[in-house]
Design a protein around this ligand. Structure first.
Ligand code: GLY
Length: 321
């Protein structure tokens, strides 16, 4: 069936400070445009989401790829995933130190191995075998944030960082800004991809929702595709991306599905500050973007538009189910 292609991208939920809003909006615009170019020339939803996410991993404005947040011991551990709604194949990677584009490595795991999720040295070995580029992902901006985050941590004298509490007290330096994309192509196939540096000051070895299929990323041609951003532990506990797809499978539009899922977060996990943002596309080409965080940096483009539309908020949902 021929469909009207569409792409939706996010550059992260959280609190977008005024000084970073311009680069964030510009970054999601470029990502949506790049992904839509793939779709417009007849490319697959899978290629479109990979290219869109790679643009944001290269940007430096986001917490993914170059410019990833630092762990409590001042290192970067990146993670990403990608899923093809046509075949339900998926690939995911975690604990990456210096891979230039984690989303491309996730795709290699999906296409070149028998596995879905590979972390650390094993994943980096695959990157080496297939000649993926490397780069130091530590940016000056994140180093500055890390120092301010450590100060906030030390002032509160936690034996371990209670990150959600710190994020509430210091929204200026604890924004998450995971990136992601969902797309529908001309053939009616959907795909989703997500990439992140994870929660600032996370304990080394912590894995969030972004590389977990069903939590941060899900795509199924039976209903649609979803990418999540926000506090990973929330998305994991509610299997949030798959939950959004389940809502679409039962007949909700993409917009209704993401809004209902945010209401579910507000109902079941109401105490976690600033917790989530979601984007989705359904198989009819409807899009959705909703959040309970102050902001969601996002953009979309379809074939009726000459350029992407970007914003720092979507449907902000405060109510419960
Ligand atoms: N959603 C990103 C993370 O919690 O790692």
């Amino acid at each position: 069936m021929k469909q009207k292609p569409v792409i939706v991208v996010h550059g992260g939920a959280g609190t977008w400070q005024p000084e970073r809003s311009g680069p964030g909006l510009e970054g999601v615009r470029r990502a949506a445009e790049t992904g839509f170019e793939v779709l417009a020339r007849g490319g697959s939803a899978l290629d479109a989401v990979e290219e869109a996410v790679a643009v944001m991993e290269d940007d430096g404005a986001f917490n993914a790829g170059y410019g990833s947040s630092l762990t409590i011991d001042k290192r970067v551990e990146m993670e990403a995933s990608i899923m093809d709604g046509k075949t339900l194949r998926a690939g995911a990677v975690g604990l990456l130190r210096d891979i230039r584009n984690p989303v491309r490595l996730a795709r290699l795991v999906m296409e070149k191995t028998d596995h879905v999720f590979i972390v650390g040295e094993g994943a980096e070995k695959i990157a080496e075998v297939f000649g993926l580029g490397k780069r130091n992902p530590v940016s000056e901006l994140r180093l500055t944030y890390w120092k301010r985050q450590m100060k906030a941590l030390n002032e509160r004298k936690f034996p371990l960082p209670k990150l959600a509490e710190l994020a509430k007290a210091h929204p200026d330096v604890f924004s998450l800004e995971t990136v992601g994309a969902v797309a529908l192509d001309k053939e009616g196939n959907v795909a989703a991809a997500t990439s992140t540096g994870g929660f600032p000051l996370k304990i080394p070895g912590r894995i969030g929702d972004s590389p977990l299929i069903g939590c941060g990323t899900y795509a199924d041609n039976a209903c649609g595709a979803c990418s999540a951003t926000g506090v990973g532990e929330v998305a994991i506990r509610l299997v949030l991306a798959k939950t959004v797809c389940n809502y679409m499978n039962r007949g909700k539009t993409a917009e209704e599905a993401v809004e209902t899922a945010i209401r579910l977060v507000n109902t079941r996990l109401p105490d976690i500050y600033n917790s989530m943002g979601l984007i989705a596309v359904d198989t009819k080409g409807n899009i959705g973007a909703a959040h309970n965080s102050p902001n969601l940096c996002w953009a979309y483009m379809n074939n009726e538009m000459s350029e992407p539309k970007a914003a720092l908020t979507a449907r902000k949902i405060e109510g419960k189910l």
